[in-house]
Structure formats: structure tokens, C-alpha cells
Design a protein around this ligand. Structure first.
Ligand SMILES: Cc1cc2nc3c(=O)[nH]c(=O)nc-3n(C[C@H](O)[C@H](O)[C@H](O)COP(=O)(O)O)c2cc1C
Length: 315
């Protein structure tokens, strides 16, 4: 098996999978600012993927191209057979790895027994991991430290480490904590000690409240984990993965927005239709921290399509 995780620099950086955010358009925009070492897709439901009538809804989420490698497809669901079928097909599509979502706290996902609900059904979680190996790609899991209380972490993380996975990403909060409390960095030393004891070859990626590359490197050096993942940090700093932080001009920020508008049009096809309005949530990432930013953002919010947005930026 060609396992890209072993070839990554240590510590490595990753852009977190984010539903309705980290599609090919945004990932390419981030990459043009500064690219992380690993990309993840938004999460993809295995039931939709395995159903001929639902497959089309996963097309946009699974769109990627060669320049994005290594890219990992993140999948979610609750039926081992669907993980098996999906992993075989994703391997044929050229993904570098498969990540299983065992951390999503969204009520609709949890109600189905998927995402973070798997913390409460450990036998099923293990079957899912075993089934996802069918495609031959390296398997990683992204999870939280427990369902309700941080003190639950030990048994759950131990169980996952016993499943012979390549990478375990730990978002240092429980399902119940959502993102309402600071990430529990105090647990990292114990998590690393447990990994060293029972699964020394499984990589640990830490996630939660890491704002940028420098913060990630500092934490990784302090605690000795292999990777760090940045999610919301990218919303306030599109250059979050920059190794040497600099101040970026208004022009650089606007150029990123222009690029995203162009990429949106390029990837808006019959097979992967993309609506304009959801693009508006990205405007505040680029149109910030310069004089006149808030007025420009207000105007952009009234744009009806990418051409109107381009005209407004030009004015
Ligand atoms: C808008 C949004 C969408 C998300 N979608 C996903 C997802 O599809 N899969 C996943 O594993 N986590 C998802 N997450 C959680 C993030 O990957 C990450 O674990 C969380 O934001 C904590 O990291 P941070 O503090 O760096 O943001 C999402 C988070 C946000 C804010």
C-alpha cells in the first residue's frame, strides 16, 4: 500500500474537513495563498454515495484534481457494507486516503447513529473501520475525546488506537461541548503516552483552536505529536498555513477573492452545479482588515452572481 502519511514532513499541517466550506474551489484558493501538507474533502455520506439515486449529491464534494494530492476523502455513515463499497470506489477515483468521521455533533447525523454517535457504539465503530480498509487506502479517523465528559477519552481513544489505523485526528472536545469550550490541550500528554504504548506507528493529529501554522508548530514541538489540523483559523486568516507570517495587502486579499470567483465559475458545471449565494459566506475571509472593508463587504452581499461581484470589486 502506498501510504502518503509516512512521507509527510513531521509535524505536518492539514486543513480541516468542513462541510459546505472545503470544496475544490476553496481548497484551491487556500492552496494559492499557502498550502497545507494534507487536504480533506467535506464529509460525504456513504449511503448517498452507494445509492444510484443519491450519488449525484456527492459529486461536488468529491471533486478534486491532481495538484491537490495528497487528498483524503472524508466519509460518514453507519453501515459497514456501505463503507466497504465506498472505500473501494474512492480508491479507484484516486484519493490518497480515507478518513472516517466519528466526531460530527450535528443532531441530524447523531440521530442516525453516525458521526460522534459512534462513540457510544464502539463495536459498530470497529466494524466500520475494518470495512473501510477494503479499498486498500490508508485509513484515518477523526473524532472527539468523548460524548459528554472529557474524562471519557481514555477508553474511546484506546479502542481506536487498537484498530491499526494510520492516523488518528483528535478534536480535543466532547460531542456535547461542540466548540463552546477551549480545546482540552491538557489531555495531549496522556493521549500521546497511550499511543506510544499501544500503537506507536499510528500518527496523532491534534485539532481544536489552532489559529495558524506557527501555533501548530509550537504545540507539536511542546507535546510531540505528528500533525496539526486547522479549521476555523482559515476564516480569519486565509494565509493561516504561511510558514513565515507577513502582513498581506488589500490587493493580495482581493486577488484571493477574485480567484475564488473564477474557480467557482470554472467548477460550476452540469455535473457539479454550484450556487452563487453560498459563496457570500467566504467574502468576510478576504474583505477584512483594511480601510473600507466593511462597506465593500456590504456591497458584495447584494451581488447576484460572480460577474456582479467582480464589478463591485473593480469599482
Ligand atoms: C463550518 C464547519 C463545517 C465542518 N464540517 C466538518 C466535516 O465535514 N467533517 C469533520 O470532520 N469536521 C467538520 N467540522 C469540524 C472541523 O473539522 C474542526 O474539527 C473544528 O472546527 C475544530 O477545529 P478548529 O478549532 O480549528 O476550528 C466543521 C467545522 C465547521 C466550522
Amino acid at each position: 500500500m502506498n501510504n502518503f502519511w509516512h512521507d509527510l514532513p513531521k509535524p505536518f499541517s492539514a486543513l480541516a474537513p468542513m462541510e459546505a466550506v472545503t470544496d475544490i474551489v476553496f481548497r484551491k484558493t487556500v492552496a494559492s495563498a499557502t498550502r497545507p501538507d494534507v487536504f480533506f474533502t467535506e464529509f460525504v455520506n456513504v449511503t448517498s454515495f452507494c445509492n444510484p439515486k443519491g450519488r449525484h449529491s456527492t459529486n461536488g464534494r468529491l471533486e478534486f484534481n491532481k495538484t491537490e494530492q495528497p487528498i483524503v476523502a472524508q466519509i460518514w455513515g453507519n453501515k459497514p457494507s456501505e463503507f466497504e463499497q465506498t472505500s473501494i470506489e474512492l480508491a479507484k477515483m484516486g484519493f490518497a486516503g480515507i478518513d472516517i468521521n466519528m466526531g460530527c455533533p450535528d443532531k441530524a447525523v447523531v440521530k442516525q447513529g453516525s458521526g460522534s454517535a459512534l462513540i457510544r457504539t464502539p463495536d459498530l465503530a470497529c466494524q466500520i473501520i475494518a470495512s473501510a480498509k477494503a479499498g486498500g487506502l490508508p485509513i484515518s479517523v477523526k473524532t472527539r475525546i468523548g460524548d459528554i465528559k472529557p474524562s471519557e477519552w481514555h477508553d474511546w481513544i484506546k479502542l481506536l488506537l487498537q484498530q491499526d489505523i494510520t492516523n488518528l485526528t483528535v478534536h480535543l472536545r466532547t460531542r456535547k461541548e461542540m466548540t463552546k469550550v477551549p480545546a482540552h490541550y491538557e489531555l495531549i500528554p496522556e493521549i500521546i503516552a497511550l499511543r506510544n504504548e499501544i500503537a506507536p506507528s499510528t500518527l496523532i493529529t491534534i485539532n481544536g483552536d489552532i489559529a495558524n501554522y506557527q501555533d501548530g508548530i509550537k504545540l507539536a514541538k511542546k507535546y510531540g505529536f505528528e500533525g496539526f489540523m486547522i479549521g476555523r483559523g482559515i476564516f480569519t486568516n486565509p494565509f493561516a498555513f504561511e510558514k513565515m507570517p507577513k502582513t498581506h495587502s488589500k490587493e493580495e486579499l482581493i486577488d484571493l477573492l477574485k480567484l475564488q470567483l473564477d474557480l467557482h465559475d470554472e467548477h460550476n458545471t452540469d455535473q457539479t452545479p454550484r450556487k452563487f449565494n453560498p459563496l457570500k459566506r467566504y467574502f468576510k475571509i478576504y474583505i477584512r482588515d483594511f480601510s473600507g472593508a466593511s462597506e465593500l463587504r456590504d456591497k458584495l452581499m447584494h451581488a447576484k452572481n460572480t460577474n456582479e461581484a467582480r464589478m463591485i470589486i473593480k469599482q
